[in-house]
Design a protein around this ligand. Structure first.
Ligand SMILES: *Cc1c(COP(=O)(O)O)cnc(C)c1O
Length: 372
């Protein structure tokens, strides 16, 4: 429980360490491991997750924005940080000052980074991003060797790694993944033929790390799986992951209402019998999407209880049932276990019409975190 609020996220750092070790165990000895901690560690807190992941053997950290990298450096984290997409040119000085390695795939950015490095009498490392078929960002694989050869003439640049990203890694044996992998390997060969050393070669996200060993190369990049969440339906049978995030709250009020009375905005739920209603102090501004109204359940007294009425910005209501002996201050579980019952992030993601990735990020928006 936090001092300021009866709603909080608990993050089990031992689970993070367990997951990093379990995932590393799937890769050959010596394979580097990037812990992807973008979006504040998928809502789990980037700084604490980074430290735990590094304790468990992660060599690199992956972020999505320059500010995320700055936060890690500000906390004293010295590990190599890779910015997974190319930021605007206006950030080049900051990247060099922070010693952050950006993904790179345009001439414009390459020129700006090189000039800034030369002006400081140094060189800036970068990871070349290849587009092998996802068509999101990257140099087209067929022209990567030419681009890399041009960049090798830039005095301020140092190629430290070459990578790509898969669109369909969560589907075992997928043909599109095989095709992306083939284009990636051809591009690497063409780079080597041009006498360009691609540096650390990496491609696998969580799904590919678990399902496609042929994609491991020199480093894997795991995000969702280090948090103990599975990237798809095919991975749970392959590796044992422990979810790190729980979401909990204490009842701010428990009251009896009469038959026929409604609750919350719009009075969308009415008591079919006299009912006990508990109020929890978290809502859609904390990640409980409003679409979950009258659909989700929470755990109280070791039982599943229905959430009733519309979800508000800061509060939700729960029907306690006839037997629950809940009172003001009782602890209820929104995500996690109580007694023999468990509500997973996957369960509430499915009810929200989304994936565990988005659900975890949502709970990172406003709730305070406690680390165990
Ligand atoms: C987010 C991201 C990852 C991690 O993906 P998961 O599915 O969470 O493991 C890996 N690589 C890149 C380029 C990413 O943007």
């Amino acid at each position: 429980m936090t001092d300021s609020r009866w709603a909080w996220v608990e993050v089990d750092l031992e689970a993070i360490r367990h997951n990093v070790k379990a995932l590393s165990g799937l890769t050959p000895e010596g394979t580097r491991f990037m812990a992807v901690v973008k979006a504040d560690g998928y809502g789990h807190g980037a700084v604490d997750v980074s430290r735990a992941a590094m304790q468990a053997g992660a060599s690199h950290l992956g972020v999505g924005t320059v500010d995320e990298a700055a936060q890690l450096r500000g906390a004293g984290i010295r590990a190599p940080i890779v910015l997974l997409s190319e930021p605007p040119e206006t950030t080049v000085e900051r990247l060099i000052d922070l010693d952050v390695t950006p993904a790179l795939f345009t001439r414009e950015f390459a020129g700006a980074l090189s000039r800034a490095a030369v002006a400081r009498g140094t060189t800036a490392g970068y990871h070349l991003k290849l587009d092998t078929g996802m068509n999101r960002v990257g140099v087209r694989a067929e022209s990567a060797h030419e681009f890399a050869a041009v960049l090798s003439e830039f005095p301020g640049l140092r190629l430290e790694g070459t990578f790509t990203h898969f669109a369909t890694a969560d589907v075992p044996g997928d043909w599109d993944l095989a095709s992306q992998l083939k284009r990636f390997k051809s591009a690497l060969q063409a780079m080597r033929d041009e006498r360009v050393d691609p540096g650390i070669v990496h491609a696998a996200n969580s799904a590919a790390t678990i399902l496609a060993p042929e994609t491991h190369f020199d480093m894997v990049r795991c995000g969702i799986s280090i948090y103990g969440l599975h990237p798809g339906d095919s991975t749970p049978s392959q590796v044992d992951l422990v979810p790190a995030m729980s979401v909990k709250a204490r009842a701010t009020q428990v009251k009896r209402i009469g038959i026929g009375e409604g609750v919350s905005y719009g009075l969308t739920w009415h008591a079919g019998a006299p009912a006990t209603i508990a109020t929890l102090p978290l809502g859609y501004a904390d990640g409980l999407h409003r679409v979950l109204s009258n659909r989700m359940q929470v755990l109280g007294g070791g039982r599943r209880l229905p959430q009733v009425g519309r979800i508000c910005m800061d509060q939700i209501l729960v029907e306690c049932g006839r037997y629950a002996e809940l009172e003001r201050g009782s602890e209820l579980v929104v995500v996690g276990s109580q007694g023999t019952e468990t509500i997973t992030l996957d369960e509430i993601a499915a009810l929200s019409g989304t994936i565990n990735y988005e659900m975890a990020c949502s709970f990172g928006m406003r709730l305070e975190r406690i680390y165990r």
